[in-house]
Design a protein around this ligand. Structure first.
Ligand code: NAD
Ligand code: ZN
Length: 345
């Protein structure tokens, strides 16, 4: 089969992956399933992986097939698989979890002690076939895999952060969404679907802000042209935003926290790559928190699929062939993708 593989870490996105002919995976464990990939979203995390940003956090062996936002049809199942069958259409949670450890028993899938993450720690879905496990599969009834693929990671991550924010939101509150890209455009809709807060979308690109506008943002701010802190102060009558969802996580966006988060509020870190350098006194004075977010729980992916099925989520996607994958990597690096790019192997 064909697979888009990373052979060495590089800053050159335009030639990062090579399309190799490799063996089709088969179940090596009784809970494994093989999925014929119909759609696999390209995430900015793929750019981060290519740059080698994950090597301090996750053991990786190259060459490795990338792709962690996968959906398709089950074509083979291990001996003990009982909840999915050959022929089922599935959306794949990014992690293959053990089901036995304490985190798994708490439903906290992302912190499984024995987890494997296809596309990050093992071969992923930018390929004709993907090996994952039964516990990762969410069965799809009414939606096609290629349409829903980005929800496997962009969606679940944005939903997970939104769900943490929602209990702190009330009518009259404000929520800031920084970065209306693949994740952010879903995060905005998840907040709108689950709360009566007033939303403020921030991006450097006018195209991203008009997408935010179409998807129901109450206010938009171009951070290239406007002073974000001053504008948010004016919109919130000086109160600040109760919740901030930062889908960029650059030095410049985390530095906004002391000025834009309301007392006691949260600045959620979802995008990453920058640093947080705030005076400890700013956190004392404002009693605000920085909150980390990594993907989400299996049950949250199920909830998100329900939200999609109820028609409350619009995914802005463009499809590309496997042979165009390095162009996609390069385009995303330069901010030229609207919503999400989906690779159709
Ligand atoms: P994307 O490129 O699709 O979207 C990023 C958006 O942010 C773009 O619209 C861009 O114009 C905007 N932007 C960039 N810099 C900005 C700035 N300084 N101020 C305002 N807007 C800015 O990326 P994506 O795939 O949505 O990923 C977003 C981030 O989330 C990445 O860092 C990615 O690695 C990360 N991510 C995190 C998790 C997690 O579990 N926490 C999961 C997936 C992705
Ligand atoms: Zn586990």
């Amino acid at each position: 089969m064909q697979a888009a593989r990373l052979h060495e870490y590089t800053e050159e996105m335009g030639e990062a992956l090579s399309i190799d002919e490799i063996d089709r995976p088969s179940p090596t464990r009784s809970d494994h399933i093989v999925v014929e990939v119909e759609g696999a979203g390209w995430c900015q995390t793929d750019n981060h992986i290519i740059e080698g940003m994950w090597t301090d956090y996750v053991p990786q062996e190259l060459p490795m097939t990338l792709g962690h936002e996968n959906a398709g049809e089950v074509v083979e199942v291990g001996d003990e698989v009982s909840t999915v069958d050959v022929g089922d259409k599935v959306l794949c949670h990014p992690l293959m979890t053990c089901g036995q450890c304490r985190a798994c028993r708490l439903g906290d899938d992302m912190h499984c002690e024995n987890g494997e993450f296809p596309g990050l720690s093992t071969d992923g879905g930018f390929a004709d076939y993907l090996l994952t496990s039964e516990r990762a599969a969410v069965k799809l009834d009414d939606v096609s895999p290629v349409e829903i693929a980005p929800h496997a990671d962009a969606g679940i991550t944005a939903y997970h952060a939104a769900k943490k924010a929602v209990p702190h939101l009330f009518p009259g509150s404000h929520t800031v969404i920084i970065g209306v890209g693949g994740l952010g455009h879903i995060g905005l809709q998840a907040i709108n679907a689950m709360s009566a807060t007033t939303t403020i979308a921030v991006d450097l690109k006018d195209d991203a802000l008009s997408l935010a506008d179409r998807l129901g943002a109450d206010h938009t701010i171009n951070s290239g042209d406007e002073d974000v802190a001053e504008t948010i102060e004016a919109i919130t009558d000086g109160a600040g935003a109760e919740q901030v969802l930062d889908f960029v996580g650059a030095d410049g966006t985390t530095a906004l926290a002391p000025d834009i988060v309301a007392p006691g509020g949260d600045h959620h870190i979802i995008g990453y790559g920058g640093d947080i350098h705030e005076p400890s006194q700013a956190l004392v004075n404002g009693e605000f928190s920085f909150v980390g977010n990594i993907v989400g729980k299996y049950t949250e992916l199920q909830e998100l699929v329900s939200l999609v099925e109820s028609g409350e989520m619009h995914l802005e996607t463009t499809q590309y062939g496997l042979g165009e994958i390095n162009d996609v990597a390069e385009s995303l690096e330069h901010g030229e993708i609207e919503g999400r790019a989906v690779i159709v192997p």
